[in-house]
Design a protein around this ligand. Sequence first.
Ligand code: 2GW
Ligand code: MN
Length: 295
Amino acid sequence: KYQLPSAAKPEPRDHVDTSLDLSSRTDVTTSTDWGAPILWDGMFDPDTYDKYHQKMGTSVALTVFAVGKYLEVYLMDLLSSAELHFMEGLPVTYYVFTDAPENVPGLQLKTGRALEIIKIKRHERWEDISMMRMKTLADAVQTRIRHGHRYVFCLDVDMVFAGRFGSEALGESVALQHSSFYNTPKVRYTYDRNPKSTACMETGDLYYHAAVFGGTWESVVNLTESCHRGIMTDKRKGVQALWHDESHLNKYFWLNKPSRVLSPEYGWNPLNGPSREIHVKRLLWAEKHYSRLRT
Ligand code: 2GW
Ligand code: MN
């Protein structure tokens, strides 16, 4: 049901890849075992990517789920910060999936940018709110997003942009290295280890954060459908993977190697404290307001 690892290769069509300088950073790992770049500040010239994608007419979709209290608590900060930092200079459509479209705040968008609201049902269990995003995304990308956008980025809503998150991040299949694990030994990675779950894995490459993933619309369909199949197989057996959709995402990227990996600059947890390797914070975890969210 999952594609074989051999099906994964670094994106060959993305000619601007040759403008990455993997040796410009010696303090961090800049490439994976299979040759995918891990993007760190200093490895690329932002203008090269912007000019290339402007010439190509690249258009990007950003999807986000804001169900229940997450709408009022997080959505506005994410979207307004995205206006400043996400794919600046390229056409972008935000797809907001929510159970309460009437509560989506009005927002003045820049030229070339649009917001679409898709009404969804609210799942009873919070694990399902998170996991069922995979199914909703698979459907939405195939029925509408793919017609207007070559690339899709799928984000958690509890995030805030703080620096450039630009066209250098675009690629065939894009994963984010989890900021809590980029410096830790593999044995500490919190993969699902339950043999009863389809997400189970004994070993892996990196630990990826499900808060950000993306790529071409075709690869996002492949990812979201594969993860959803795994989630549903588990459900039929009464099993739930340790970190829900994130466990399935890690299994997927183990079997289908990403062509591009984003360093933790693209998903930094401010509670991690200062780190010498992090020169730019591009996207931050927002604060967890548990008292407001889980009541
Ligand atoms: C989630 C947990 C508990 C209570 C409510 C919710 C909830 C999530 C909600 O009420 N409304 C809602 O819209 N969500 C959406 O699911 C929202 O987009 C949110 O960003 C996403 C994932 O939930 P979140 O951000 O609270 O979970 P994290 O930050 O611990 O996320 C990691 O682990 C998750 C699985 O447990 C996912 O894999 C997620 O992608 C990871 O970043
Ligand atoms: Mn989150």
